[in-house]
Design a protein around this ligand. Structure first.
Ligand code: UTP
Length: 289
């Protein structure tokens, strides 16, 4: 079945990016000249997604404002001859059909995904974490959707991480099927070195069977007292087919300062407007270090 819908959970408190995220949602922090969430929506659209649900909370209305029309601003830009910029501003609002639902209490990623049940209905759907962005030739979500359609299964995007890093992620037990595609038999959240299944970690992109909603309904709070998506994924993998793709591309966690700065530098270097200047600036700085 075609994957047409995506869910972006963006209701986390963003405590690793305080104090900036006290009033600015971390998904709205600018990466070069666009907010983080715009990159994620662009990836979803480039992957063939038509409808997108953003899971927000009471402190995040800047996101729905951003994807709305702003006639006063557009009129001002048009009347001052800035048609290009007016087109950019309007284009943001026309990128996709974007829907919103509030997670009324911050009870974890699994709980946030559960809020999407009515939107998703009975079809496979994509999940893109609101603070994980990708730099890749082929959109990472597209890579997952192709595997999902071929194997008629749920799919998680994975990459190998260091021994130290795996303890902060979900570790996957899996066996190779072909090329970069694996079959998943189990998953665990933030494992110790003894508990980990492998160094393959799930990194922010999923295609899920709607069975996940029934599973999340009876998933007990896990790590941190929150309903963990990983616990739901483990049951989904044990009771049905789940594949993993060792995706091509680089992932950045913009929800922490180091990942945010790395993404800012890499995306600014790649941008033709800022890249040549920034490259020279960094070389000059490096001489002083
Ligand atoms: P994170 O753990 O990265 O986000 O959750 P956080 O909770 O905002 O981070 P810190 O630790 O406080 O800095 C992964 C994803 O799940 C969403 C987040 O918005 C992020 O996209 N999330 C998390 C929710 O939507 N609701 C929750 O209750 C928790």
């Amino acid at each position: 079945m075609k994957v047409r819908k995506a869910v972006i959970p963006a209701a986390g408190l963003g405590t690793r990016m305080l104090p900036a995220t006290k009033t600015v949602p971390k998904e709205m922090l600018p990466l070069v000249d666009k907010p983080v969430i715009q990159y994620i929506i662009e990836e979803a659209v480039a992957s063939g997604i038509e409808d997108i649900l953003v899971v927000t909370n009471r402190a995040k209305s800047a996101m729905d404002d951003y994807f709305d029309y702003y006639p006063e601003l557009e009129d001002r830009l048009l009347s001052s001859g800035k048609e290009d910029l007016a087109g950019v501003v309007r284009g943001v609002a026309d990128m996709a059909n974007i829907f919103y639902v509030r997670q009324k209490a911050t009870q974890g990623l699994g709980h946030a995904i559960g809020r999407a049940r009515r939107f998703v209905g009975d079809e496979p759907f994509a999940v893109l974490l609101g603070d994980d962005i990708m730099m890749s030739e082929k959109p990472v979500l597209r890579q997952l959707i192709e595997v999902s359609e071929k194997y008629k299964s749920s799919v998680v995007g994975v990459q190998q991480v260091s021994d130290e890093a795996i303890t902060s992620y979900s570790s996957v037990r899996m066996t190779n099927v072909e090329g970069r595609v694996y079959e998943v038999s189990d998953v665990n959240e933030k494992p110790t070195q003894e508990e980990k299944f492998s160094n393959f970690a799930i990194l922010g992109r999923y295609v899920l069977s709607p069975r996940i909603f029934d599973i999340l309904d009876h998933t007990a709070p896990g790590h941190n007292g929150e309903i963990q998506l990983t616990d739901g994924l483990a049951e989904l993998a044990r009771t049905g087919r789940m594949m993993a793709v060792d995706f091509e591309g680089r992932r950045y966690d913009t929800g922490n300062l180091k990942g945010f700065l790395e993404a800012t530098i890499d995306f600014a270097l790649k941008d033709p407007q800022t890249g040549p200047w920034l490259g020279g600036f960094i070389k000059d700085k490096a001489k002083l270090l």
